[in-house]
Design a binder for this molecule. Structure first.
Ligand code: ADE
Length: 420
């Protein structure tokens, strides 16, 4: 083997391949795209650097890009989310250079990002905009040869829009998160199920009858709220957006400020894309034994430095649980170092939703090549017809048929003269 890599253990490759094959069975849309890509080779010779969570689903996206002819490098998009067996399988069986080790330090994380940029990508595929950030800050000479970038997540899109508003985003980026077949499913059902999965795997605490506070009511947080309610928890939502707060209220949740919710919560979980949603004011009144976790992209949603400063001791009663002993005797249990708990202590979103997210990623990379030179600099959505095509393929794979408009209905919808 000639590829360079930095992974935990190549000996895990066989297990990683089995897990990727298992995931692939739930990814029929991506499989169809892969079959087409094998024939058409739309990315032949294109250098792609992907900074994604290294999971069995991502493994299947990498296989798809390689089938399209791309020259791919994969690096971790979070220090705690890597599945080491998948990283090994991609190196051993697909000959993809992978730079990702679960539990890597911040330093190593950025060294791995650099390895992604040293590949001189013509397309960057981000989950959190770290490669784009790196290109703009340290590798601007790559821009002249770039088709553009794709971005997976809400937090990344927020960052990219800030770059565009500052006038520094000098190439096109496809915000995959904007597609309906991404955020309506991955963010809601994926984050919903996998976040509860992560919290339960980390703590094994019963949720029924507990008070569960959710920070935010975007698609991720509403998925978490819905699944926590399904497990019998009393759910409280905190929000800054009046419309979303109203929606949460009419969806049947109690809505209040984080300061009001903090002393009530047995669990407090954030997924907002913003920083310090849980801060010193909340730590001041939390219950003894409160479980605190984050499912947003970055670990800044919880003010961990302040929690550290308030503590006299830190213990680890279980894997992925840091128990902070406060000066007044209360204990606060922080899960997964405040990093996305669905990927830290569980396996991330189930394959069936990643199928659609990564179908969007695959089509977005093809779209960038097909439209080279035609897209303006800045953030774009994938065209609606591709989004609808992904939904249609998913329905077909699920064996679900839907009605078709009759010519009479089409005429009715397009005319204003027909009356009522
Ligand atoms: N983000 C959330 N879940 C994921 C998964 N299973 N694979 C890749 N990225 C993810």
């Amino acid at each position: 083997m000639t590829v360079n890599y930095d992974i935990k253990d190549l000996g895990l490759a066989e297990q990683g391949r089995k897990r990727m094959d298992w995931a692939e069975k739930e990814m029929p849309v991506l499989r169809l795209i892969k079959e087409r890509f094998e024939k058409e080779r739309p990315l032949a010779g294109v250098r792609v650097s992907a900074c994604l969570h290294v999971t069995s689903e991502t493994g299947n996206l990498m296989r798809t890009l390689v089938s399209a002819g791309a020259d791919v490098v994969l690096v971790a998009s979070n220090p705690l989310s890597t599945q080491d067996d998948v990283a090994a399988a991609l190196v051993a069986f697909e000959e993809i250079p992978v730079y990702a080790i679960k539990g890597e330090s911040n330093d190593l994380y950025y060294k791995h990002i650099k390895a992604g940029l040293d590949h001189k990508p013509q397309i960057t595929m981000d989950d959190g905009a770290d490669l784009v950030h790196g290109v703009l800050k340290e590798y601007p000479h790559l821009i002249a040869d770039m088709y553009g970038s794709t971005e997976e997540t809400t937090t990344g899109v927020i960052r990219l829009r800030a770059m565009a508003a500052d006038g520094v985003l000098t190439f096109p980026v496809i915000a995959v998160n904007d597609s309906d077949t991404k955020h309506l499913f991955d963010n809601r059902y994926g984050t919903g199920q996998s976040t509860l999965d992560g919290i339960i795997r980390a703590t094994n605490i019963l949720l029924a009858g507990k008070t569960f506070v959710v920070g935010g009511y975007g698609y991720c947080s509403r998925g978490i709220a819905e699944r926590a309610r399904g497990l019998g928890a009393n759910v409280i939502v905190t929000e800054v957006d009046p419309v979303r707060a109203l929606e949460a209220t009419m969806d049947g949740y109690r809505v209040m400020t984080m300061v009001q919710a903090a002393p009530l919560g047995d669990f407090i979980v954030t997924a907002t894309g913003n920083k310090h949603v849980i801060d010193d004011r909340a730590f001041a009144t939390m219950k003894d034994g409160c479980v605190v976790a984050n499912s947003g992209h970055f670990n800044v949603e919880i003010d961990i430095p302040t929690l550290e400063a308030l503590s006299v001791e830190k213990r680890q009663p279980r894997a992925f649980v840091d128990q902070y002993w406060l000066k007044d005797g209360r204990k606060i249990n922080l899960l997964g170092e405040g990093r996305l708990i669905n990927l830290a202590s569980a396996e991330g979103h189930p394959s069936a939703v990643m199928d659609m997210s990564f179908a969007n990623q695959a089509l977005a990379s093809e779209f960038l090549v097909l439209n080279h030179g035609k897209l303006s600099n800045g953030v774009h959505s994938l065209p609606k017809d591709l989004d609808v095509e992904i939904a249609s393929l998913k329905l077909k794979a699920m064996g679900i048929e839907i009605d078709v408009l009759t010519p009479e209905q089409v005429k009715y919808l397009n005319s204003w003269q027909e009356g009522t």
